[in-house]
Design a protein around this ligand. Structure first.
Ligand SMILES: *Cc1c(COP(=O)(O)O)cnc(C)c1O
Length: 242
């Protein structure tokens, strides 16, 4: 490692340590305030553009889940990530033809948004004799620029893909539209929470609704108040991406 890179990392590590402390406190406080009495809120560090050195440092501080959103980037960092104590998850849009490249490298795919993708995950999971945990991505704002299925179709979609061998549906993930007020973002989060409870309480076969992954750097406290139990945080932890 060159000296300037090392200096740069030292600065980043100092910030990371401070940010981690602030974020974990805010998560705890939001959890205490949440009327749904969420038992555990998982912090997932969104690590796009973050180097493995910093990722490993985050893990040493206590981060137990990391999320990558590009296959190429995940593969390029994979060997350098210390995997003893962290769960690596995929959180970005996943092309069907790339499933086989990550199937043995991730513990959960949070971004299942089509039957075709689910079928390929099922196929590759079986080939590797494993069960893959998945979340279904909901496009709650029905934005053309985002992937995910419509919330009205969530139950039917989940019932369909849960029949596939090698797949274990564990919950919902969503990235709501950018909102300029907290009330509006809460409406989106609450809709997702209601759908989650709705599906969970039907106790469908082969479905174990455990996780609601919503909330990022700017809105994770709102998300937790609305029932999120996985928050995916990038820039608030590692600093702004350039
Ligand atoms: C980058 C990313 C995040 C984190 O975004 P921040 O605003 O930096 O916290 C969360 N989820 C997904 C899917 C991402 O790609």
């Amino acid at each position: 490692m060159t000296e300037s890179l090392l200096d740069n990392n030292m600065e980043k590590i100092k910030n990371l340590e401070e940010n981690y402390k602030v974020i974990t406190e805010k998560i705890q406080n939001a959890q205490l305030k949440c009327e749904y009495k969420t038992k555990e809120v998982k912090l997932l560090a969104a690590t796009k553009t973050v180097n493995p050195y910093l990722i490993n440092h985050a893990a040493s501080l206590g981060v137990k889940n990391i999320g990558e959103n590009r296959v190429q980037e995940l593969l390029s960092k994979y060997d350098e990530i210390e995997k003893n104590d962290v769960s690596i998850q995929f959180i970005g849009h996943l092309q069907t033809n790339k499933v086989k490249q990550i199937i043995t490298k991730v513990d959960m795919i949070q971004s299942v948004d089509s039957v075709k993708l689910a079928q390929e995950i099922s196929k590759q999971a079986q080939k590797n004799s494993l069960d893959m945990d998945v979340l279904v991505e909901i496009n709650i704002g029905q934005e053309k620029s985002k992937s995910g299925i419509r919330i009205e179709q969530a139950e039917e979609f989940i019932a369909e893909i849960s029949q596939l061998p090698g797949i274990c549906v564990k919950g919902l993930m969503s990235i709501p539209p950018i909102c300029d007020n907290k009330q509006q973002i809460r409406k989106y989060f609450s809709k997702i929470y209601e759908k989650f409870i709705d599906i969970r309480d039907k106790k469908l076969d082969n479905i174990c609704m455990q996780f609601i992954s919503m909330g990022m750097s700017d809105d994770y406290e709102e998300a937790i108040l609305c029932g999120a139990n996985i928050v995916r945080i990038g820039s608030a932890l590692f600093g702004r991406r350039f």
